[in-house]
Design a protein around this ligand. Structure first.
Ligand SMILES: C[S@@+](CC[C@H](N)C(=O)[O-])C[C@H]1O[C@@H](n2cnc3c(N)ncnc32)[C@H](O)[C@@H]1O
Length: 261
């Protein structure tokens, strides 16, 4: 593996610090106790970073999203909506309601704005914004009025940050998604190459601290595929993606079995 690939995250880290250090410092000066709350601090930093990296990432992967997200239908739940970049890829004629899950409340105003731009609003009952993590299935279901209310769950570059993913994905699919519902994802995943995976593991302790828990080599695709709840599953990569990249991606479309568990 080329050293430039192995060290590529240093470029991303240095960019992130350049754009987010000062705004984060300003927040700390306003609320000094933040220095004792590393999780909150990382979340704050991430909110500042995503102002810049969110746009570039969206541009970079817009063709993948355009091929995936128009499949979302009915009541749609986005996991980790960020700054609302993904809403405009939905086919509005197929979506009855858009529910955004975003634990980072710093991003909420942007999600609300992006949703309103395509016509999803709380007033019209077509938009709901929940400040929870994907692992908080109980809270999600209480807010939605009970289990099995969602026709489509989708996640774009977010499952990498959900704590204890191996255990939290099951209740999300089992209890929130309707029988016969769809899960769509586009995620960076564990590399199948041992040398690349070694570097993914090497960088994760630093990367996760800076980027709100994001784990570089998490086998999101394998974990999801391994759930025994699918009637249909299609998981692919990005054609022509550099096999040496630390950010190797996976695209998934899965249908839950039609009978309730
Ligand atoms: C890399 S950003 C991607 C944002 C958005 N999906 C996009 O494509 O622009 C990861 C997002 O996951 C959110 N996140 C972090 N932990 C989460 C959790 N436990 N559950 C749901 N979302 C989470 C972050 O706040 C952030 O908005």
């Amino acid at each position: 593996m080329k050293l430039t690939n192995a060290l590529s995250v240093l470029v991303d880290l240095s960019y992130a610090f350049r754009v987010a250090f000062l705004p984060t410092l300003r927040d700390i000066l306003h609320a000094p106790l933040l220095v004792f709350r590393p999780v909150q601090l990382s979340r704050l930093f991430m909110a500042h970073v995503w102002v810049f990296i969110g746009n570039t990432t969206d541009e970079c992967y817009s063709s993948v999203k355009s091929g995936l997200l128009p499949d979302a239908h009915g009541v749609v739940l986005e996991i980790g909506a960020g700054r609302g970049h993904n809403i405009r890829y939905l086919d509005k004629t197929k979506v009855a309601k858009y529910v955004a899950l975003e634990p980072n409340t710093r991003m909420h105003s942007e999600i609300r704005k992006a949703a309103a731009e395509v016509g999803f609003t709380e007033d019209a009952g077509t938009f709901v914004l929940l400040p929870y993590g994907a692992e908080e299935t109980g809270l999600i279901n209480s807010a939605l009025g009970g289990p099995h209310t969602i026709d489509t769950i989708f996640s774009i570059l977010t499952f990498c940050s959900v704590p204890n993913f191996e255990n939290s994905i099951r209740p999300l699919v089992d209890q929130v998604l309707k029988p016969g519902g769809t899960l769509l994802f586009f995620e960076h995943v564990r590399s199948r190459r041992a040398d690349v995976f070694w570097w993914q593991r090497f960088w994760t302790p630093i990367w996760a601290k800076v980027f709100d828990g994001c784990e570089l080599g998490r086998p999101v695709d394998t974990i999801i595929e391994g759930l025994d709840m699918w009637e249909r599953k299609e998981v692919t990569g990005i054609e022509g993606e550099d096999p040496e990249t630390l950010f190797v991606h996976s695209i998934g479309r899965l249908t839950k079995v039609s009978t309730a568990a």
